[in-house]
Design a protein around this ligand. Structure first.
Ligand code: FES
Length: 81
């Protein structure tokens, strides 16, 4: 899976950096490096719902440093199938 975290200006202000760091940690802790490729990307056109994340074709919205682990477990891991 390609996991893209928006680092456009709006999402950046809402905490993209924290989201990326949290995802990095979770991917490492759970041994998912061969399954999830983490990338930074530019504006996903969901600025009002940022931080915007895209997991393959699926948008995960409203992510921030505080809820990133929850979103990872509830909305991203299930997409791995
Ligand atoms: S800046 Fe992230 S969706 Fe636009």
């Amino acid at each position: 899976m390609i996991l893209s975290v928006c680092v456009g200006s709006s999402c950046h202000l809402k905490g993209s950096y924290d989201v990326i760091e949290t995802f990095k940690r979770l991917i490492a802790e759970r041994g998912l490096a061969d399954k999830i490729e983490l990338r930074a990307c530019f504006c996903l056109n969901r600025c009002s719902d940022g931080v915007a994340v895209k997991a393959d074709g699926n948008y995960i919205l409203g992510v921030n440093g505080a809820n990133a682990e929850q979103k990872f477990d509830d909305e991203i891991l299930p997409l791995l199938g």
